[in-house]
Design a protein around this ligand. Structure first.
Ligand code: PLP
Length: 374
């Protein structure tokens, strides 16, 4: 199914076209430099990205999945440990936890923001027996920050390392402070459709802890401190110079792109006020970056079908919670809020290439569906 341009759920090609000249120039610069892995572009991007976030260290790696895995390992998570996270997230979050050798355990979400419910986390910690979890991975889902002030306090009380999954929230803030600066570490993905996207895979770990940053630098390249001498067992997880040079161009546009997403979200909220859908809410003190615009309705399938017929692409992130997926299935786990959200949510088109006219068109279709439904 191909939707007309603008009415797709995401459009990474549009963000290339918007900066094509600069990106081609950056690519040429790298090609001619003769330096293709861990060079000056990676160093410059790490400096620029950490300055943008307001954090001391950003260490790039090969993907967001690697960023979560290496952040957990650098924070001291060992094989056999337990790590708490949510079940309504990218498979990558849980894949990364399991790659570190740990086991994921799921916490339910708050209905308003669909992010980790601090109360459910506190109850789970109070109720549990051995082995005690070592870390907690809140996910800033759809660009909306998880409740880090409260989750962070619970983590401190129980000695949990808090690793933020920031893959959908580049630039989002809580009380003016960016996500990725609150926990022991933040994990970012630069997958092409993210708010800050490369033209291939990429990721980064951010941290204020020099020791964590140093461990990531060792782990991402065979455990080397000195070339050819492994100090710890490591792996190959490097961002290449081409992606770093492209990300430097994209980073200069991130604020404007996020602002565009905020305007589109405000327009959706205004035009859909009477549609009978549950619209996204913003928690007090939070400034989300609208990676997705997600509505909820028990009549999800009917709305999705109606929009598809009108040429509007939608998606469901995520249709099956992790504790119901074959690889991680656990029938003893019940997460009622997560499970209900997964049945009702629908992601409308949201990307900086979308125009106000596109949003008008989409909302007119939704209002027409809503009027016919009653
Ligand atoms: C995209 C994403 C990841 C994984 O990133 P990759 O770069 O694809 O490995 C992890 N967590 C969340 C919440 C994501 O959206």
């Amino acid at each position: 199914m191909t939707a007309p341009r603008g009415l797709q759920t995401a459009d990474p090609g549009a963000s290339y076209r918007a900066a094509a000249g600069e990106i081609q120039e950056a690519i040429r610069r790298v090609l001619e430099s003769g330096h293709y892995i861990l060079g000056p572009e990676v160093e410059a991007f790490e400096r620029e990205f950490s300055a943008y976030l307001g954090v001391t260290h950003a260490v790039t790696v090969a993907s967001g999945t690697d960023a979560v895995e290496l952040a957990l390992r650098a924070a001291g998570v060992k094989p056999g440990d337990r790590v708490l996270t949510v079940a309504n997230t990218a498979t990558a979050t849980v894949a990364a936890i399991e790659l570190s050798g740990a086991r994921a355990e799921f916490v339910d979400i708050e209905p308003r923001t669909m992010t980790m419910d601090p109360e459910a986390l506190a109850q789970q910690m109070a109720a549990r027996r051995e082995p005690a979890p070592k870390a907690v991975v809140p996910v800033h889902l759809y660009g909306h920050p998880a409740d880090l002030p409260v989750i962070g306090e619970i983590a401190r009380r129980h000695g949990l390392a808090m690793i933020e999954d920031c893959a959908q929230a580049h630039g989002a803030t809580i009380h003016g402070r960016r996500v990725g600066t609150w926990g022991a570490a933040g994990a970012f993905s630069f997958y092409p459709t993210k708010n800050l996207g490369a033209i291939g895979d990429g990721g980064a770990v951010t941290t204020g802890d020099a020791l964590v940053a140093e461990r990531i630098r060792l782990l991402r390249q065979y455990g080397w401190r000195e070339r050819y001498v492994a100090e710890v067992p490591g792996q190959n997880s490097r961002l290449d110079e081409l992606q770093a040079a492209i990300l430097r161009v994209k980073l200069t546009r991130l604020e404007a792109d996020n602002q565009k997403r905020r305007e589109l979200a405000a327009q959706y909220l205004r035009l859909l006020a009477g549609a009978g859908l549950k619209l996204p809410e913003t928690a007090a003190g939070c400034e989300p970056v609208w990676h997705q615009f997600v509505v909820r309705t028990p009549a999800r399938e009917s709305l999705k079908t109606h929009l598809a017929a009108a040429g509007v692409q939608t998606s469901v992130l995520y249709p099956v919670p992790l504790h119901r997926q074959p690889a991680y299935r656990d029938d003893r786990v019940h997460l009622p809020v997560t499970e209900q959200a997964s049945r009702e949510l629908l992601c409308l088109p949201m990307h900086p290439g979308l125009t106000a006219e596109d949003v008008d068109t989409i909302c007119r279709q939704i209002m027409g569906w809503s009027a016919r439904k009653v």
